[in-house]
Design a protein around this ligand. Sequence first.
Ligand SMILES: [Zn+2]
Length: 481
Amino acid sequence: MGNIKIGLEVHSQLTNLNSKLFCSCPTDYRGKEANSYICTVCMGIPGTLPVLNKKAVEDAILIALSLNSKISDKMYFFRKNYFYPDMPKNFQISQYDKAGGITLATGGYVSIPNKKVRIRRIQIEEDPARITYEGTIYKSKSSLVDYNRAGIALLEIVTEPDMESPKEARIFLQKLSSILEHLDVCHSYLEGSMRCDANISMEGGKRVEIKNISSFKEVERALNFEMTRQRNLLIKGISTKMETRHWDEIRRVTISLRIKEEEEEYRYFPEPDLVPTIITKEWVETIKDKMPELPDAHKERLIKKYELSPQNADVLVNYKLLGDFFEKCAEIYYKPGAISNWLVGDLLGYLHEKGIQLQEMKISPVHITKMLKMVDNGIISGKIAKTVLEEMIISGKMPEIIVKEKGLIRIHSDELIEQLTNKVFEENKEAVNDALEDEKAMHYLIGQVMKLTKGRADPELTNKVVRDKLIEHKKLLEKKN
Ligand SMILES: [Zn+2]
């Protein structure tokens, strides 16, 4: 594959806060009327002053600790000056690691299979506004600005270029997101709460930066596209330029935004309206005491306590909500193996297929455990349970109600199965004769009976009835001859 170096800049909102980073505007802006969550501070009206949100700093410290980073004992905010309508002040309050600037934390790493991806630095900044376009950014005749997002607390996590394939970048992001989910400080399922810039260089060539990728799947796609594009240039003997490109999600291509031979000039200088933040060892210690269980320990515990397969444990850790859901189910009905298989396999598969988020599904652990008990007690088959599960996710109805309404209860009646078997024998005389010699033909007959009951016939009973009938049939034939 050649020598590929990928580094990421992850922007993660601190979503467990009640107010923005420097003012008291609320943070649940999603789906709200545009420009309704704003005040004089986040709109940058002259004369107003920012006040730092203490909880935001604490959440950021918790994240930095979980990434094994070194917390600075003093940090500064800097103004990043640029001219763009997503910041009403024409600057963003951010942090800077040059010109005497000190960010929240430096160093650290995230473990992924076979490697540690090193963290370069972690900084706190305010989120810019959201700009929306009609259609694509290139063809739109106008753009609209919504300042509700402006001033939301944002954490920037910058990695070293330690990833060597687009897939590895995705695995890193998945792990990072799982860590944040475990800390309960950033909920990546919220639209736009985790965004990413990626830089990639190949064969020691110039670094290309891809801006504003909205999801992990898109990061892998964008990097794959960029890898192919750069490789094709290399084959033609053209060297890549140092540039910034935009990922067009709809057309799935990267497009050049600007060629840059030097770092962009943001005229950084210390924010004069904020004093340096002192982070004492004692403060860090009290935050450290709140450190919850992190993904690696969580996985180990699931495997040990419930004897889960590492694969299932992995999925339950990656989807923390599902992991919590699993443990609640196991508390009610201790069948951890079966429960984890249902959740990781059928349930998650169905949610992905329908594009439903975990927190949107209408079922509780009781739904799952009741359904499993019905399978274990032979009231419904595993196959029917799958139908019941899907219906539960959509409607939130209890399994016994669905089974009743849809007439899905397993048929245990000998009489009924015998009747149906007679019918099948009548209609498939050739197969009946074959079935005396041939197992396949016999299974075909059993299948036909099951089909008549839409899968509800008790399979063992059906099996027995068909076999008995065949023996009878054989005896009858022998008598005739
Ligand atoms: Zn505000």
